[in-house]
Design a protein around this ligand. Structure first.
Ligand code: G3I
Length: 344
């Protein structure tokens, strides 16, 4: 018997994201699996701003302390996710009018949390999803009020309050050439302004075809060429159709019960399971080839049943994006990933 973390111990860390039931060890089967298979953890939700500082200056460390303690107890590489993001932000933040005040709040948010976990968290997603698809900076409350200096400030503050922790920029669609150029510019902006950045997180919310292996490879190479580590931080592969791909379609709850949008309500047909296993095999072969550049591969969730992809972009679908099924049993995708570690 082997495990994902053992299979790739000479290549990169293998991580997963933990939800609240897992952090509080209510979901004991999933937790058993996490201890066996993974050596890195990321909090799926509990460290986001709306949970960490729901009211100005009032911090809540209850769940996140549990999360970090679990990781330390099990000798895992613990990721903090995340310090700055326009989404799952506390409602009070966008009401701040003055740039000076917003900057002060951002500083205090980063200082309080990073200091609290100094020496305990191994890597921080400092800034999450700051880019538009065309590579320009997203017009978040932070960019709108502070301009691009908020990026430099955030990384400098994180470094100041824990000089040894690794600092990352994390985003999705990081293989899309325009966005990739923007991400490269963002890293250079940080580097040229004397901020430390240790790595880039390519989220990895992918599907059976896209992004192409070619684009993934080019992205790994171009990010690594900046002198930083590359991580696949939120890997899952949807097997379901994207409603936005339908001609003239609107994302609507009406898709919930549509057979076209939820084609596998009970189980994944073997033919699709095989495609998924092949896709995982292909991308892990690529990761293995570039293991000198990749420090960690983290799945976004432990098993198919609790994946966010059952509820996005429309609710109530049955998705199968991960290597473990709804009973926490390994799927053919799992076997194909393990097989890659054995191939020479
Ligand atoms: O907290 C409420 C709870 O009180 C309520 O009972 C419940 C009912 O639906 O909702 C809970 O909030 C949910 C929250 O997760 C916490 O569980 C939200 O509805 C739900 O939308 C939210 O989704 C999360 C999503 O980020 C929000 O943007 C997903 O679980 C989480 O997997 C996802 O993770 C993000 C990464 O952080 C960044 N990259 C993309 C990735 C996928 O969207």
């Amino acid at each position: 018997e082997t495990s994902l973390k053992e299979a790739f111990q000479n290549e990169f860390l293998i991580g997963t994201a933990l939800n609240e039931n897992q952090i509080f060890e209510i979901d004991s089967l999933a937790i058993k699996l996490v201890k066996k298979e993974f050596n890195s953890i990321t909090p799926e939700n509990c460290m986001k701003w709306m949970f960490m500082e729901p009211e100005k200056g009032k911090f809540d460390f209850d769940t996140s302390d549990r999360f970090v303690a679990f990781g330390k107890k099990n000798k895992m590489f613990v990721i903090g996710h995340n310090l700055v993001w326009h989404s799952q932000l506390a409602a009070w933040v966008p009401t701040i009018e003055s740039p000076e005040e917003l900057s002060g709040n951002l500083h205090n948010h980063i200082k309080t949390i990073v200091e609290h976990y100094k020496g305990k968290i191994d890597g921080w997603d400092v800034v999450n999803e700051a880019l538009n698809e065309d590579g320009t900076l997203r017009n978040s409350i932070f960019y709108e009020k502070l301009g691009d200096r908020y990026l430099v400030d955030a990384f400098k503050w994180a470094q100041e309050y824990d000089p040894n922790v690794e600092l990352y920029y994390n985003d999705y669609n990081m293989c899309n050439p325009e966005k990739r150029s923007g991400a490269i510019e963002l890293v250079k902006l940080l580097q040229q302004n004397g901020a430390k950045i240790d790595g880039i997180g390519m989220q990895g919310h992918w599907n059976l075809e896209e992004p192409s292996l070619k684009e993934i490879e080019t992205s790994i190479e171009e990010y690594a060429a900046l002198g930083i580590k590359v991580m696949i931080t939120e890997l899952d592969i949807t097997v379901l159709p994207n409603p936005w791909d339908l001609e003239g379609a609107e994302v609507s709850q009406n898709y919930e019960n549509s057979a076209a949008m939820n084609p596998y309500p009970n189980e994944l047909p073997d033919s699709v399971a095989l495609r998924l296993a092949k896709r995982y095999s292909d991308i892990f072969q690529l990761f293995k080839k570039h293991s000198d550049k990749i420090s960690r591969v983290t799945f976004w969730g432990v098993n198919d049943g609790q994946s966010w992809l059952n509820g996005w972009p429309i609710k109530g679908r049955t998705n199968y994006p991960l290597p473990f099924n709804r009973n926490n049993r390994p799927k053919s995708a799992y076997d194909s990933i393990i097989q890659v570690s054995r191939d020479t």
